[in-house]
Design a protein around this ligand. Structure first.
Ligand SMILES: [Zn+2]
Length: 415
């Protein structure tokens, strides 16, 4: 979705919205993290577009300490009360909610092998403005009392991420120009306000409010979006698109000894790809290949040029532990200057290496409960063309195919 043409600032920018849904999960399911991507606006000069139409990861600029600003709105719904706390004094409520936000942030900034560390984040600020989640202010905000058209039926929370599709983009005359394609310029987290059927409880209040959703799980998930994640089909991942049932929380609570505890290895691997630590010598393995149909005629006739399965989830299971180490939303590749090719390519990266380390790899279709639309919200994050963007240069145009029909996988053994 390209929106918000504001002169004189160079636009459009790319806006992705990720919703957290309410759904009972009926079957165990494994899948894949997926990272947000942005295609540069190739109608600009190479100095602004970077000269390539290959999808670029959507991520925050962490080049200077404290560069990711944070604020939350202390405006809370009172009729009904939507955020339940154990301490019900006014100051106590705010302290308890601020602690949940801090804990949720630390979950993401305590993963080994990444440069998203606590010092990357600015001090958590407060604002009394209810509608603080404006996508145009360049402030990364969390709102508990702001209504929005994004709250469709069943949506508990969502994050609106605005990213740059050219270098030098500004959200306002006072905001810093973007320095790379995919740079997150604004990421706002909104929780459903004023709904008498839906309440959120802090960990301290959850045991006595079993019909409330766990505030910490929801905020931690949404902050994952704010750092650049799409959803994961891995049911135990923090980035699984469906919230835990009321009264329950995702995975384990973080502790001082294990501050990233609620994340799964799938989440951690995704974060290492988004914000890699160049000194990390443990997670440097990669496995790549292609997912191909046994019968090439099974590929869709349109768009032309589709030579492999898209999308497929390709999963790496650690043979020693049986856990999903990493999984990717696969099916495309891209070499500069692009565009993306839908050739069934997968590439699992940042895998742990070691003499006893081995993985089993398998592919599976996205046929529910998580489907393509839950993971990649807008296919223009992979491909743009003259239909999506008038005047788009033909040599950089592509069209993403519709989701592949469900398939069964047979793995060809390696050498
Ligand atoms: Zn989500």
């Amino acid at each position: 979705m390209n929106v918000n043409r504001r002169r004189p600032f160079r636009n459009p920018i790319s806006v992705a919205v990720a919703w957290l849904f309410l759904l009972q999960i009926t079957a165990a399911y494994t899948g894949a993290y997926d990272l947000g991507t942005t295609v540069a606006d190739m109608r600009h000069a190479a100095s602004a577009s970077g000269g390539t139409s290959c999808p670029q990861l959507t991520r925050s600029n962490i080049s200077t300490p404290g560069s990711i600003n944070r604020q939350w709105s202390t405006s809370l719904g009172t009729t009904p009360v939507t955020i339940l706390t154990a301490d019900q004094t006014p100051a106590g409520r705010l302290n308890e909610i601020a602690a949940v936000i801090q804990t949720s942030l630390s979950v993401w900034t305590n993963v080994s092998g990444t440069l998203l560390v606590p010092s990357t984040l600015g001090t958590l600020q407060q604002t009394s403005t209810a509608a603080a989640c404006s996508s145009s202010d360049g402030l990364n905000s969390i709102c508990f009392n702001q209504n929005d058209a994004g709250f469709a039926l069943g949506v508990l929370a969502f994050t609106r991420v605005v990213s740059a599709d050219s270098v030098g983009e500004q959200l306002s005359s006072t905001s810093a120009p973007s320095t790379f394609i995919g740079e997150i310029l604004d990421a706002d987290v909104l929780l459903l306000p004023g709904n008498s059927n839906t309440t959120f409880a802090t960990p301290a209040a959850l045991p006595s409010n079993p019909n409330a959703y766990d505030l910490e799980s929801i905020v931690t998930h949404e902050l994952g979006h704010s750092f650049g994640f799409n959803h994961s089909g891995e049911w135990s991942a923090m980035m699984f698109p469906f919230a835990p049932p009321p009264g329950q929380f995702t995975a384990a609570r973080p502790t001082t000894q294990s501050p990233d505890a609620p994340l799964s290895d799938d989440d951690r691997t995704g974060l290492r790809i988004l914000y890699p630590d160049p000194t990390d010598s443990a997670h440097i393995g990669a496995i790549s290949g292609r997912v191909l149909p046994a019968n090439p005629l099974a590929l869709p006739a349109a768009p032309a040029g589709v030579t492999g399965i898209f999308p497929a989830q390709v999963v790496a299971v650690d043979n020693a532990t049986g856990t999903v180490t990493a999984a990717v939303m696969a099916g495309w590749s891209c070499g500069d200057p692009g565009p993306a090719q839908f050739d069934g390519t997968f590439s699992l990266q940042r895998l742990m290496v070691g003499t006893s380390q081995s993985y089993e790899i398998y592919a599976e279709p996205l046929d529910g409960p998580v489907v393509l639309g839950n993971v990649i919200y807008n296919l223009t994050s992979l491909c743009r063309n003259s239909t999506t963007d008038p005047g788009w240069p033909a040599q950089y145009a592509c069209t993403a195919p519709p989701s592949a029909a469900p398939f069964s996988a047979r793995i060809q053994p390696g050498p």
